[in-house]
Design a protein around this ligand. Sequence first.
Ligand SMILES: *Cc1c(COP(=O)(O)O)cnc(C)c1O
Length: 242
Amino acid sequence: MINSTGNIQEKLHTLEQNLKIACEQAGRSRSSVKLVIVTKTATLEQVKEVVRLGYNRLGENRVQHLKHVAEELEKFLNENPAPEMPEGIQWHMIGHLQRNKVKQVLKVTDIIHSVDTLRLAEEISGVSKKLEVRPRVLLQVNCSQEPQKYGVPVGAAMHLAEQITTMANLRLCGLMTMAPLSKDKAPVEESFSRARELFEEIRGQGLAGDDFRELSMGMSQDYPLAIKYGATILRIGSAIFA
Ligand SMILES: *Cc1c(COP(=O)(O)O)cnc(C)c1O
């Protein structure tokens, strides 16, 4: 077996170099871009390695896996405290969420990137009230207009954003989108550019106030372009674990 521990450190180093270059080219500071490490393909040992290297924002798209890894990691950190990480691990739920799983998710994380229907938003709001939490949510928008994709259509996004801001227990913090999986740059840029426009439009309306500041887009294949179009959160998995 290849020593994947050393591997991860090297891959993170390469990623950080690429981030630095992309930020410089976009005239942005590295600190304006947050990195969420997507653990869905990682082993527990690999997740621990990433955390040991100082990364504390982790993302999962499956509820069961999220719960499992979060619990195991908590045990690990209780036994091996990381004083340089005072705020602990911050989990981001990034995948499609079914309403009957909302309660489980809210017990582990308070950041959900994948709100894309009124019914889901209402469910999260109702459960949040009972649990007395105020999660941060991002509206997932289908900016690539691919019919098979999750996400509210661009044309309906403003209205759904308005509805979410009336729900007392939810904090609408921004938008999330996924570009098409394409080797071609053009459709990817189009998606990111559309997301950016919508983000500015909603922010311009002042609906959600200062909370509304995150643009979650950019994965292993396309993060430099996402940075160019103003992403504030990148969700990266395979560039580190594959
Ligand atoms: C898997 C996943 C990612 C990360 O994709 P990579 O190509 O592995 O970097 C980002 N966002 C979501 C919603 C995902 O499911």
